[in-house]
Design a protein around this ligand. Sequence first.
Ligand code: ATP
Ligand code: MG
Length: 292
Amino acid sequence: MLTRPGSQGKSMMFELKNVTRRFGKKLAVDSVTLAIPQGQMVGIIGRSGAGKSTLLRMINRLQEPSSGSVHFAGVEVSGLRGQALRNWQRDCAMIFQQFNLVPRLDVLTNVMLGRLNHRSTLMSLLNIFTREERVHAIAALERLGIEQTALQAAGTLSGGQQQRVAIARALMQNPKMLLADEPIASLDPLNAKIVMDALRDINEREGITVITNLHTLDTARSYCERIVGMAGGRVVFDGQPSELTAEAVKEIYGTDKDGAGIDETLTSTSLESKRRAADLSSGMVAKAAAVH
Ligand SMILES: Nc1ncnc2c1ncn2[C@@H]1O[C@H](COP(=O)(O)OP(=O)(O)OP(=O)(O)O)[C@@H](O)[C@H]1O
Ligand SMILES: [Mg+2]
């Protein structure tokens, strides 16, 4: 949790101010300014190379801005060092297209690795986890509907299951924000739906801000209350799904070499927009504790 001086009592607004990132002569992100209130579910869309991943990586400081600044609850995140930086990286958990699990470790241990920034170096080095951490990890797995995989090596799971493990690991960080870089790009439509439903559920129940890069317009429309469209490193659209007109889509995705407009169906995974039927019960922690 954020306990840095000066953050108490301030609104947990997340802000990017004129954030720019160059790679040599390439302007990957070009003066992006955004303000995101706590609890929003935001989809970032744009064609390949638009700067989506670079923008996300600058939020949790996997990459540094060339200029501009990032703020959370009045604190300049881009200025944090040492433990304060690690605290920030814990507060904004990240999940990736390729899951980034440790394939040979069992699922439960992978999930508990989400606690690394909460624990002493010695405990981490010895890979000792407390009973409370185990209970918390099992509850997170249960919440994602994959508790039966707890003792399996993570590498033996399907892609959809692995992404759910990655989300469970992110939840172990008790994050304020969840950053997801193309979380469903490697998944079939059914698993994509399960993963997006899980992100939405976390957003709605815990009020965790979710910022996710998405390739598919229909997913962004179905799941995100706010859509940010990027082109050439700049924000060219910022609004609600209903405001995303054909013209706005054309501005985001541009036209192809023959001058034809973007065909929106090309960005579709024909993902159903209806919510997951499975109800994620609030008594899961107690249940997990009873099991173990
Ligand atoms: N480490 C890097 N070194 C050099 N150029 C980079 C680096 N990372 C990104 N770029 C360039 O910056 C631009 C934006 O890349 P980025 O990965 O942010 O795009 P993206 O919108 O995430 O694309 P995609 O949809 O393909 O994932 C691209 O032109 C890319 O080649
Ligand atoms: Mg990307």
